[in-house]
Design a protein. Structure first.
Length: 309
């Protein structure tokens, strides 16, 4: 099966009031664990690649790994560029086989963001590729994306309508209180659901996206720390909040930190319990299984996307 865009995925998700998981990938084991979980759960799937992942693994290796996943699983998979910072990287991914790209012009003025997004949309659409953009700024750190809490801004509903109309973008990442990384909340977790409902009502049937939406599962944080890690005070978005968002127009939920924690916790545990092991396959095999089990949990309990194919 060839790569698909997210268009049909989002139409079904919006109608069914669930979300599609967009999982960041960096290497073979992560891709295998995610794809096997989606296959077993019969869930739609978006694999997404950040600029950092492209630098780490190289574009061509990631493309070939995803091609192998398509052939091995026969799943409809969308391959998405996460946080494209300029037109050139979006163009490279469109030309290089991606079926979806994100242009993140949120650091620019509203007018500049519109102009940049429109340029990417015009090019991508001419090649049959869909585009996600961002309006509002999330705090936190993810690869090259670093935003201080003082610079974070929530998405303005009126601007969201104008932005979508003027750019022709296919989906929009909004800021309602989530953040990148493992340290999302210092106190009680809160998302601005009133803002989400207003944006959704003003953009009916239009797919919204949540970035920074890992739940930072406590068992993985605890395991990392038990076996030599130092991840203190990490706190993610509660699962029930993400389920609620999926019923209010959010069709895509990004998950990255939880993948990192699941893999790292498993590797730390294995090496601590088996200090004589030095073959990477010995610790990467259980790490891949940890990724798979965690993604299955997300599909069932956070995304509600099981048995949607």
């Amino acid at each position: 099966m060839p790569l698909v865009t997210s268009k049909a995925m989002f139409e079904k998700a919006y109608a069914g009031k669930y979300a599609v998981g967009a999982f960041n990938v960096n290497n073979m084991e992560i891709i295998q664990g995610i794809v096997e979980a989606a296959k077993e759960e019969k869930s739609p799937l978006i694999l997404q690649v950040s600029a950092g992942a492209r630098k780490y693994a190289k574009h061509i290796y990631l493309i070939k790994l995803v091609e192998a996943a398509l052939e091995d699983s026969d799943l409809p998979i969308c391959l998405h560029l996460d946080h494209g910072e300029d037109f050139d990287i979006c163009k490279a991914c469109v030309d290089g086989g991606f079926s979806s790209v994100m242009i993140d012009g949120s650091k620019y003025s509203f007018e500049e963001n519109i102009a940049l997004t429109k340029k990417v949309v015009d090019y991508a659409h001419s090649k049959g590729v869909v585009v996600e953009a961002e309006l509002g700024r999330l705090a936190g750190v993810e690869d090259a994306v670093k935003v201080n809490s003082a610079d974070a801004t929530y998405t303005d509903p009126d601007q969201a309508v104008e932005f979508v109309e003027k750019t022709g973008v296919d989906s929009l990442a909004i800021a309602i209180g989530t953040s990148h990384g493992a340290y999302k909340f210092k106190g009680k977790p809160e998302l601005d659901f009133a803002r989400l409902e207003k944006i959704s009502s003003m953009l009916p049937n239009f797919p919204l996206v949540l970035h920074g939406a890992s739940t930072v599962l406590p068992e993985f944080v605890a395991k990392c720390n038990e076996f030599g890690g130092n991840i203190a005070g990490a706190q993610g978005v509660p699962e029930e909040m993400l389920l609620q968002a999926g019923q209010l127009g959010v069709c895509k939920i990004n998950i990255d930190t939880d993948l990192r924690l699941a893999m790292t916790a498993s590797i730390r545990e294995h090496l601590a319990n088996h200090p004589a092991d030095f073959d990477p396959r010995q610790y990467l095999k259980p790490a891949r299984e940890a990724i798979k089990n965690m993604v299955k949990h997300k599909i069932r309990n956070v995304l509600n996307s099981s048995n949607r194919l």
